[in-house]
Design a protein around this ligand. Structure first.
Ligand code: EPS
Length: 398
């Protein structure tokens, strides 16, 4: 079973990642993971933090001589900003707490002005804290760097079987990209907002600038597409095995995500059933004598992948930390205050694309290993090829 766990606070020493269940013999290196980490760091609308960080995942276990061992893969990513937070985020109690003196850094002051929309209030209540920093550090989207490192390993595994995962921005604020005929993925990589429609991209940039000028933030909608996914991942037989449910949970777990759809889910409910299903057309192909001319259902039917690209969209809300803060309440006194402001991003939609790719890849890798198994990549490949040879008209097997 492919699973992963992350640890790390936003301004602590760094992030730690463990990925388990990857078969032995998969070629992987830090450079490959580094490409994906760098993609996540880009995006118009980022705050000053990304000028400080240069994310790099050090592999510390599970890989030898450039290939996986089948053992848990351990990685760490340094937080360069830690150097500015050593007192505030110190593991040992800093001197001022022991002596009752004043902290050396203003960053060590307790945070008590609750930010609406962030984890501050529920986190402080749940964990019994009187300093919101104990919550916000882990609730920060910094953690998504760790997910991208884990996701890069899943992507590498899927790539061995021809699966490619891409992502792009569909909208930012009220600015929508025109539905693309065919997406030029290289152009998306070069777009500052990861948008396939260059005219819309310009307007998205202006939208982010306008939000920044107003001391505000802006959200967006993102699409992740996985191509060449084998038919039959996930299962219709039990609720927790359905691939669309698993993809949705994984995407919804990304910081600030408020809605997920498989395919253009919200749009198709306005149409009749006859317009929405992806009709199965016969074609003359001895191996797969069928095709779909549409993909309205986003590549899943009955909780299983159906051989079409898996397409998932998600909506990321405008970031909760506002330069012009909302009215709020102080955690200590209950008195009215302005919410806490701490340097933040204006728009997270472009980097969230890369995080979405990672989460989709992790779910697909888990479902892939569930279906094909194998302790070495060659064993997985034999099982995969054996199954793929059975995907076709049943008459062959009679
Ligand atoms: C974040 C606030 C900002 C972002 C951060 C998420 O960090 P800082 O408070 O240090 O300026 O840059 O995102 C990252 C550090 C990252 O790697 O994406 C928040 O409050 O969620």
């Amino acid at each position: 079973m492919v699973r992963f766990v992350t640890a790390g606070e936003s301004h602590g020493q760094g992030l730690v990642i463990i990925v388990e269940g990857v078969p032995a013999g998969l070629p992987i290196d830090e450079d490959y993971i580094g490409v994906h980490l760098a993609r996540r760091q880009k995006g118009y609308g980022r705050g000053g933090r990304m000028l400080i960080e240069q994310d790099w995942a050090h592999i510390i276990s599970g890989v030898r001589h450039g290939a996986t061992l089948g053992s848990p893969i351990g990685m760490s990513i340094e937080n360069r900003d830690w150097a500015n937070w050593e007192e505030a985020m110190s593991v040992r109690p800093p001197a001022y707490l022991e002596t009752g003196g004043e902290p050396q850094s203003p960053r060590s002051q307790r945070v008590t002005r609750l930010r609406p929309g962030h984890a501050d209030l529920p986190g402080a209540m749940k964990y019994g804290f009187n300093d919101v920093r104990n919550v916000l550090e882990r609730a920060s989207a910094r953690e998504t760097a760790a997910r991208v490192a884990a996701g890069a390993i899943a992507l590498r595994l899927l790539e061995e079987f021809g699966v490619a995962v891409h992502s792009h921005v569909l909208s930012i604020g009220d600015v929508k990209a025109a539905p693309p005929e065919k997406i030029d993925w290289q152009a998306v990589e070069e777009s500052p907002v990861r948008c396939a429609d260059p005219a819309a991209a310009e307007r998205m940039i202006a939208e982010i600038d306008a939000a920044r000028d107003a001391g505000d933030t802006v959200g967006g909608i993102v699409e992740v597409l996985a191509e060449n996914v084998p038919i039959g991942l996930g299962s219709h037989v039990s609720w927790d095995r359905k691939i669309d449910g698993r993809v949705s949970q994984a995407l919804m777990s990304i910081n600030a995500v408020k809605a997920v759809s498989i395919g253009p889910g919200w749009d198709i409910v306005h149409q009749r059933g006859s317009q929405v299903q992806d009709v199965i057309e016969p074609v003359t192909d001895p191996d797969r004598p069928w095709q779909r001319s549409t993909n309205n259902l986003g590549g899943t039917e009955g909780g299983m992948t159906n051989g079409m690209p898996l397409a998932a969209q998600f909506a990321i809300k405008p970031i909760a930390t506002l330069m012009s803060p909302l009215p709020s309440v102080d955690l200590d006194t209950g008195g009215e205050v302005q919410a806490h402001y701490e340097r933040s991003d204006i728009c997270q939609a472009p980097p969230a694309c890369v995080v979405g790719e990672a989460m989709v890849a992790l779910v697909l890798a888990e479902a892939f290993m569930e279906k094909f198994g194998g302790d070495s990549i060659s064993e997985t490949r034999r099982n995969y090829e054996g199954y793929m040879n059975t995907v076709g008209p049943r008459v062959r097997w009679e």
